[in-house]
Write a protein that binds this ligand. Structure first.
Ligand SMILES: [Mn+2]
Length: 381
């Protein structure tokens, strides 16, 4: 007989907030990004309350470094405490950025009553808590970049308890051609399945992904809730996990203040002025935009100038030149000139045409592009 009216346990999972991250390479555009991350922290609290979750799991890299600014830690502490007043228990582990290992690690401080923090580097005994009428067994370890061996046995499901949840800051199913250092805890989907846990809350990889769906050892990366890099494209989210007796149900809840996207702009036959217009059509101050210029434009695009002129329309703008100078209107215009640059173009086009390998051709194309930029600058002086 199917059991009805089973207690429903609702859990929210986030990771990789990187509070305190500085965006120095972004110049002035990076100055207020830390504020966006703080707003996303508040947003995660709001999502937890709206969904009346019992538990909030934070799977590491809550902070960008192990010894963040005390004012920031204080704010995080208050955020935790306020969740506790609303009956929400927070369970967290450290990550590689905010490692527990250091003597001045933020995680060696006291945290509010409602917070469960894993402080051992092996999981000898799960932490048992009572939530929504269920015995919840929690498995986790503190991040320690000096000792990450044989962590899996500690995560093996114990006999007692109703719901079994693990937390890991790990690299699950790394690409075969990448050698992942031990401190990033490389593991496979099969390793996670072998634990037999109902759900494993993962952190470390910043792109959302579900592993072993509907099976024991089911796990997910919620991804960074706020994009931390121009390459962290696409929507950002946190994961709501609902336990009703069967395999847990996962729901993705959107969050974040800004969004990173990469768009290609075909610049064929366009001038820099026209390229600016195309970029401006995408204007949105919530957008962290990589504008990749493709095709064969009228002139060699001055990416620095384009970026400087259009940046104020976006949260952050990066213009990348992936145009083909070989076929550009500019090269066609000057290739028959009886000038140094005309001669340069003819010689390089010849090399490109007779290149024997892909690499040789790419080098000649790059030489043509860089050489023309230099010759242009000289003639402008
Ligand atoms: Mn991270």
């Amino acid at each position: 007989m199917q059991i009805i009216n089973v207690s429903q346990l609702r859990v929210l999972h986030s990771a990789d907030l990187h509070l305190g991250r500085t965006f120095q390479s972004w110049g002035p555009a990076g100055a207020n990004r830390h504020q966006d991350i703080l707003e996303t922290l508040e947003q995660i609290g709001t999502i937890a309350r709206q969904n009346r979750v019992h538990l909030l799991l934070l799977a590491g890299d809550q902070f960008d470094k192990h010894n963040p600014d005390p004012a920031l830690v204080n704010r995080f502490q208050q955020w935790l405490g306020a969740l506790g007043q609303d009956g929400i228990r927070v369970v967290m582990i450290s990550g590689n950025h905010d490692s527990y290992w250091y003597e001045d690690s933020v995680y060696r401080q006291r945290f509010p009553e409602n917070t469960t923090l894993f402080q051992e580097t092996t999981c000898t005994e799960p932490v048992e808590i009572y939530a929504s009428g269920l015995n919840v067994m929690l498995y986790g370890i503190a991040h320690d970049h000096t000792r990450q061996r044989d962590v899996l046995p500690g995560f093996r499901r114990r006999a007692e308890g109703d719901v079994h949840i693990g937390l890991m800051h790990a690299t699950v199913d790394p690409r075969a051609d990448i050698d992942v250092a031990e401190r990033y805890l490389p593991l496979s989907s099969a390793n996670l399945a072998s634990t037999g846990l109902d759900y494993i809350a993962l952190g470390h990889l910043h792109r959302a992904r579900t592993i072993n769906p509907g099976r024991p050892g089911m796990a997910a990366y919620p991804g960074s809730p706020e994009p931390l890099h121009i390459r962290e494209t696409g929507p950002r989210s946190v994961t709501l996990i609902t336990f009703r007796g069967g395999p847990p149900e996962l729901t993705t809840i959107p969050c974040g203040q800004r969004r990173a996207e990469r768009f290609q702009i075909d610049t064929t036959s366009l001038t820099d002025e026209e390229i600016i217009t195309r970029i401006e059509q995408l204007a949105d101050d919530h957008l962290i935009l990589t504008a990749e210029l493709t095709g064969a434009p009228q002139e060699i695009p001055d990416t620095d100038a384009l970026q400087a002129r259009a940046a104020h329309h976006f949260c952050y703008l990066q213009v990348r030149d992936a145009t083909s100078v070989v076929d550009s209107g500019y090269v066609r215009r000057i290739e028959n000139e009886r000038t140094i640059r005309g001669e340069f173009v003819r010689q390089l086009r010849d090399r490109i045409a007779t290149a024997e390998t892909h690499q040789e051709r790419e080098i000649a194309e790059l030489a043509l592009q860089l050489g023309l930029i230099q010759l242009e600058r000289r003639s402008a002086q």
